[in-house]
Ligand binder design. Structure first.
Ligand code: NAP
Length: 283
């Protein structure tokens, strides 16, 4: 264990506007401490007008990279010199790494989503997935499901045109379910995901008629504040297999940690209780 940082410390961080709500410093800080690394991970509040200059300046220091959260994910992809297939497909980057030949943009949200679902052991090849939403998070989730070889994909969004555009780009075989018919689609779905902003901060819950759902369906909510949304509470009450957005947050952070600090994030002691405490303590 290092006693404070040395001049050789590796550092990275997360840039957002705002960034005060971000759990990433707690998450990364826990892993850095557990491994006793000479490293730091910092929050950076950066307005959109200063984002590009900030990243380019940071890339000229000994920083190894940067996580990017709202509203900078598209700008992060646009300024990078290279991008991974995941970042290109999603059209946004949440992970920038700095290299002698330039800035590499990646997107680990899709991997984080798949990691969150892993304990439920989904059999993608025989599953129908229903994605609710067609914004940035939905793009990552649709990309993840398509690359995992899901058998059937259904997309439902309040604005149907956005669902159609998303399908045309990432999942041409997907079925589009009118928003008012989303409950009926539950009967077909083995995996149901909320990728809308509904339920965030306990407002405007996404209410579903879970009595129509398949028994044993896996239900995931990308929202994690609150941890148990009305969407998840209803699914849980109906005896379905529920997974909250915190597991996706942890899952998306692991590839970043490896890229920044050159170590796998330790599984033990688990970071989830640390984040639960942070969420509970948050005003
Ligand atoms: P976004 O691009 O702004 O998309 C918002 C989505 O919510 C759209 O599909 C929008 O539908 C829908 N929506 C908003 N208000 C609605 C309403 N009143 N009724 C029906 N639909 C409504 O946002 P995003 O970046 O995709 O984020 C979505 C959620 O995912 C957020 O809560 C975010 O915190 C979460 N997220 C979690 C993680 C994680 O690690 N767990 C990672 C990324 C994002 P329209 O197209 O009709 O407007």
């Amino acid at each position: 264990m290092t006693d404070g940082l040395t001049g050789r410390a590796v550092f990275a961080g997360v840039a957002g506007d705002p960034v005060a709500h971000s759990l990433s410093p707690r998450l990364m800080g826990h892993w850095i401490r557990m491994l006793g690394l000479d490293a730091a991970y910092l929050p950076f509040a950066v307005p959109p007008s200063g984002f590009e200059a900030f990243v380019r300046g940071l890339a000229r220091t000994q920083a190894s990279g940067l996580n990017v959260t709202l509203p900078h994910k598209e700008a992060a992809l646009a300024l990078a010199d290279r991008a991974t297939p995941a970042a290109k497909a999603v059209g946004a980057a949440n992970l920038l790494t700095f290299h002698p030949d330039g800035i590499l943009a990646d997107n680990s949200d899709a991997a984080g989503f798949l990691a969150a679902l892993e304990p439920a052991e989904p059999d993608y090849a025989s599953s129908t997935a229903l994605v609710l939403g067609a914004g940035g998070a939905a793009r990552a989730l649709v990309h993840a499901l398509v690359t995992s070889g899901v058998k059937n994909l259904l997309i439902s969004n309040r604005t149907a045109d956005r669902a159609r555009a998303l399908a045309a780009e990432l999942a041409p075989d997907a079925g589009i379910v009118p928003w008012e018919d989303r409950d009926a689609a539950l009967a077909e779905a083995d995996i149901v995901v909320n990728a809308t902003a509904l339920g965030l901060k306990g407002e405007n819950d996404l209410v579903m008629d879970w009595a129509k759902a398949r028994s044993g369906a896996i239900v995931f909510d990308s929202v994690y504040t609150p941890l148990v949304t009305g969407f998840l509470a209803g699914a849980r009450q109906a005896g379905l297999n529920t997974i909250d957005g915190l597991d996706m947050l942890i899952g998306q952070a692991r590839p970043s940690f490896r890229a920044f600090f050159g170590h796998d994030a330790p599984a033990d002691p688990p970071v989830r209780p640390v984040l639960l405490e942070a969420l509970g303590a948050r005003p």
